[in-house]
Design a protein around this ligand. Sequence first.
Ligand SMILES: Nc1ncnc2c1ncn2[C@@H]1O[C@H](COP(=O)(O)OP(=O)(O)O)[C@@H](O)[C@H]1O
Ligand SMILES: [Mg+2]
Length: 456
Amino acid sequence: MRKISFKLGLFFFLFVLGIETVLFVSLYITLVHSRINEEFEQLLARGNNHRDVLEKNYDSSTLEHVTMMESEAVTDVVITDDKGNILYFSDHILPFAKRIIKNEVKNIPHDGMIVQKNWQKESHISTVSPIRVDGKIKGYVYMFQNTASIQNMIYKLKHHFIIVGILSVFLTIITIAFLSRVITIPLIRMKQATEKLSKGDFSVRLQVKGEDELAQLGKSIQTLARDLEYLKKERNEFLASISHELRTPLTYVKGYADIARRPNIKEEEREKYLTIIYEEAEHMQKLVKELFELAKMDQHSFHIHQSSTNLCSFLRKVYEKMHPAFQAKNMSLIYHCDGNITVHIDQKRFEQVMMNLLDNALKYSEQGSTVSIDVRTEKKNIVIIVSDEGRGIPEEDLPHIFERFYRVDKSRSRASGGTGLGLAIAKEIIEAHGGSIYADSIYGKGTKMMITLPKE
Ligand SMILES: Nc1ncnc2c1ncn2[C@@H]1O[C@H](COP(=O)(O)OP(=O)(O)O)[C@@H](O)[C@H]1O
Ligand SMILES: [Mg+2]
């Protein structure tokens, strides 16, 4: 048997059985002892009583009277003279009495003593009380009691104890079986739940009551199930969107390649189609690169290599890289950064973030507008702001733009060449730096992207 309820139950049972046995045995011994003692004391008291009467009137009529009284009772009496010669006796006690009295005892205290105490083996127990008149021993009062009644009483007591013992063992077994099941049922449920989880069934619902360790374990398992379910759902959605993202450019590539290989097509048209194919391939290349980057960031091994950087000169380099692109679209890019601000950043990745933001500002703005980079220092943070005067983001889309593949204008995204991954990547990188990124926008007026980095 490997069941935990059985092991637990057996352990408790042996333990309780041990305690019960010790208690029962000691109770039995004390009880028997005190009952037997009582018998002896009663017998002795009775003998002392007779002795007292005889000490007051030591004459034959009193002697006869005492003997007669005992012949009616369950006890018996034998009265001897000071030498041990039997004078009076009740009933047929003689043979046993003779044996006892022959073993003459000396120095008997006035309160009497026990002369035969072996109640288990002998037929009678016996006490003796000396009769003393005027300071001289006149004789002895021997009392006898049949041990059969004592043995019978002890037998009954033993019988009771055995019955009660069996009953309590029985009750113990029932209680322990019940308790160990109650304790182990939640454990067994949890085991089944985790087995279900490992098979990919996340519909695990455990009933958790209370606040103890078992309940906490149950709650943890439930949370784990929920997390796994969420991860699985997210992964499926992600895979679905990847295949969706790849399907469109592949359709283009396949379609235009089909036309371009026709023999009777004009050379300049062929060139046009090949250009489209090239652009689509480029788009897919970018998509795959960005997906790979995101996949790397999802792993726990994702590390950033931070180094102390002068923020203003770092941003100046970014500004100089991007400036020509803005000029080409007839837009202006301005840049403000004062003072000596040091930040701990992974320069390569942080540059990627800035490029993404500036690329968006460029893509989603009209000719002639201005994009600016500002740096603000707050009490605990450094904030980098990229603002544009472009088309802005509708309020309902604003909470989603950092999600993977999310684009406000799905139909026009082909023209802009976006993958919808730029901001998702930016967010991962900024969060790996311990910072946060946040967007603020008025639709039709412009957008502000804010990066908050904690100060050193
Ligand atoms: N500066 C901006 N102005 C207007 N819309 C923006 C701006 N930046 C981002 N967006 C919106 O957020 C979406 C997600 O941005 P991003 O993750 O960079 O993807 P992509 O630029 O590849 O489309 C964009 O498709 C666009 O709709
Ligand atoms: Mg982008």
